[in-house]
Design a protein around this ligand. Structure first.
Ligand code: G3P
Ligand code: MG
Length: 246
């Protein structure tokens, strides 16, 4: 795998952090308006296999739809409003396809962190499909960084497109982090920032891993993490932790 790390130190979480409806094209526009050059977003598959953006398993919280998102075809998903839950200003916003986001990244020269968020029971097929789609859609752009809490999804992504960089997401500390990241040939470890201290950061860096942390919303904490040597900070506060923060 290509282990180069062209990514900036600040990443806009779910496109526009808390300033726009998460994981929409409008959110990415807000991120761009604040000058961000890298976005993180969550991707799963529709029932008919199209990669699209959504954080939760179900549609209920962030769209006008209900139920398990992965059980519906794109023809149905595309009719839902994905912005009105956030505010009236975004009421016409639709769910976004990964292909739309690739185009947006090309348009604004944005780096992408594609978080693979499989619907329950679809880890391997989602990992494979997202990696294959990303390889094709990001042609001629810097490689998107693939990440997931699901090691099965990352394993399938690695098998399908070994060259795309991978990062394992952990919300709890695992003492076997080195074996886990080695088995998936990861370039980075993506950690809840609360799991980190200076010593752990140094250990990860000494092992040759890049360290990506989420979700850091206090500038003092972001500064501390960067001083320890963390490589990327994913934030909802795209206003106070801006692209020039680092
Ligand atoms: O990828 C970093 C972060 O997005 C992981 O947590 O739940 O916000 O997707 P979550
Ligand atoms: Mg995410």
């Amino acid at each position: 795998m290509n282990k180069s790390w062209p990514y900036p130190a600040v990443v806009a979480h779910r496109g526009g952090g808390k300033l726009a409806p998460e994981n929409t094209l409008a959110a990415i526009d807000v991120g761009v308006r604040f000058g961000h050059t890298m976005i993180e977003f969550d991707v799963k598959l529709s029932q008919d296999g199209l990669p699209f953006l959504l954080h939760d398993d179900t549609l209920d919280r962030t769209s006008s739809g209900y139920g398990v998102a992965g059980e519906l075809p794109w023809q149905t998903l595309k009719t839902f409003d994905a912005g009105g839950w956030f505010s009236g200003e975004f009421a016409s916003e639709k769910l976004a396809l990964l292909s739309d986001v690739a185009e947006k990244c090309r348009q604004h020269a944005l780096f992408a962190n594609i978080e693979i968020k499989p619907s329950p029971g679809t880890d391997r097929e989602t990992g494979r499909a997202v990696a294959l789609a990303a390889e094709q859609l990001w042609q001629g752009q810097p490689a998107p960084l693939l990440s997931s809490f699901s090691s099965a999804a990352l394993e399938a992504a690695m098998a399908a497109v070994p060259a795309l960089p991978r990062g394992l997401l952990l919300d709890e500390w695992h003492d076997d982090w080195q074996a886990l990241t080695a088995s998936l040939d990861c370039v980075s470890l993506h950690l809840n920032h609360r799991l980190l201290d200076a010593q752990r950061t140094a250990q990860l860096k000494a092992a040759g891993l890049r360290v990506f942390v989420y979700t850091v919303n206090k500038p003092e904490r972001a500064r501390e993490l960067l001083n320890w040597g963390v490589d990327a900070i994913c934030t909802d506060r795209i206003d106070t932790i801006g692209p020039d923060f680092a």
